[in-house]
Design a protein around this ligand. Structure first.
Ligand code: SAH
Length: 364
């Protein structure tokens, strides 16, 4: 795409209004174009028949709808899909679709690689290149919807979206929010706030901003019941420890009546899975509206960790459950195609940018 053109995939409906006002066009053009792109899957202005010829050729000069390219599609024996998507700068990211009886969940990436360096996550090993643009984030939903054949008049295949792929979404706040606005927009994908979940390793200022701007469902990657252990597993904890993180979660749910924060807890054999740790976790969560998702660790070469035994996971769940916390063990999906949690690893072209400057004040 020539550099002087605007990629309309980067704009939510509000952003498109600004774009059309710059062309001296009426605000309703934004509604029309949002529907064409996101509901009808039309990216060629020539086919946007309610726009008028002059506007269509003007758009051809100043704008484009540029999507990532599907480089590879894999389908697991359990029906999970994984797409490798190529970006215009040569980087690659991964997107996963998980079909279940009562829902279909798309797991979307927010960055190429990740800076956070959680010790048990494969994405961390590949380094970090950059944040995704809004178009590259919403483009994953656009492409998956098309690939799965969901469009106007067909049943909704993708009922839920989780920002749980590669990257830390709250470190790409300004591009993630317009993408989520489109997920929620009735003129685009029309998902309810309950069905769009952002997962964070605990970037506290981002959690507070999100509450104000776009209060979708919140998931927090906790993985440890005390700071000593969490400092090791999730180095971000040294900057944002557990107590202030849980305080931020309590503030967040005030913006969302009747909702709870989901705490993700990857079960690592002999590290964070014993009974006293379950009791400690129960204590921590006693005054937070919480549910817990236990994720059996998904191994990858050289990780140095083992998955907890089924008995250990069951015992851990039972303790939380008896303590009154809704606790689920997440089924491992798409393992045969490396599509499970923490196994996404795209392809980072420039790994050199995992630097202090990018982390800004994080200094991990
Ligand atoms: N950075 C965000 C988004 C990634 S979500 C966050 O940390 O929440 C991916 C989830 O899978 C996180 O809860 C992550 O901690 C978990 N995870 C990472 N590696 C894993 C692995 N090898 N096995 C199981 N879960 C893992």
């Amino acid at each position: 795409m020539p550099a002087n053109r605007t990629n309309l995939l980067d704009l939510d409906r509000q952003g498109l209004r600004g774009f059309f006002s710059g062309l001296a066009e009426k605000p309703f053009r934004s509604d029309q174009v949002t529907k064409w792109i996101h509901q009808s899957g039309v990216c060629d202005f020539a086919h946007m028949t309610n726009l008028g010829k002059a506007l269509r050729s003007r758009l051809d000069e100043v704008a484009a709808v540029e999507l990532p390219q599907i480089v590879n599609e894999q389908v697991s024996i359990d029906g999970t899909y994984k797409w490798l998507l190529g970006l215009s700068d040569g980087n690659c990211i991964e997107t996963v679709f998980i079909p279940e009886a009562d829902r279909g969940t798309l797991c979307v990436s927010s960055q190429v690689g990740c800076v956070l360096n959680c010790t048990f996550c494969a994405t961390a090993r590949q380094g970090y290149s950059r944040s995704l643009s809004t178009g590259e984030i919403i483009g994953q939903l656009w492409l998956a919807s098309q690939a799965l054949g969901s469009g106007p008049g067909t049943a909704r295949v993708i009922s839920n979206v989780v920002l749980m792929g590669m990257g830390e979404p709250l470190l790409n706040f300004d591009n993630v929010v317009p993408a989520m606005n489109l997920m929620l927009d009735d003129m685009a994908y029309g998902l309810s706030r309950r069905r769009v979940t952002l997962s964070t390793a605990g970037v506290i200022p981002g959690i507070d901003r999100l509450a104000e701007i776009c209060a979708v469902s919140l998931a927090v990657s906790l993985h440890a019941p005390n700071d000593e252990l969490r400092d090791q597993l999730v180095p971000l904890n040294r900057k944002y420890p557990i107590a202030p993180l849980l305080a931020a979660c309590r503030r967040y749910v005030r913006h969302q009546p009747r909702s709870r924060v989901t705490f993700e807890y990857t079960m690592l054999d002999g590290i964070n899975d014993n009974e006293s740790q379950a009791h400690q976790l129960l204590g921590l969560l006693s005054d937070v509206p919480a549910k817990v998702n236990l994720i059996p660790f998904n191994p990858f070469p050289g990780s140095g960790y083992q998955r907890s035994s089924e008995q250990a996971i069951d015992r851990f769940r039972e303790i939380l459950h008896r303590g009154g916390i809704v606790t689920m063990t997440r089924k491992t999906r798409g393992e045969d195609i490396d599509a499970a949690c923490g196994q996404l690893a795209g392809k980072v072209q420039d790994r050199t940018r995992r630097s202090g400057q990018l982390l800004g004040g994080l200094s991990l």
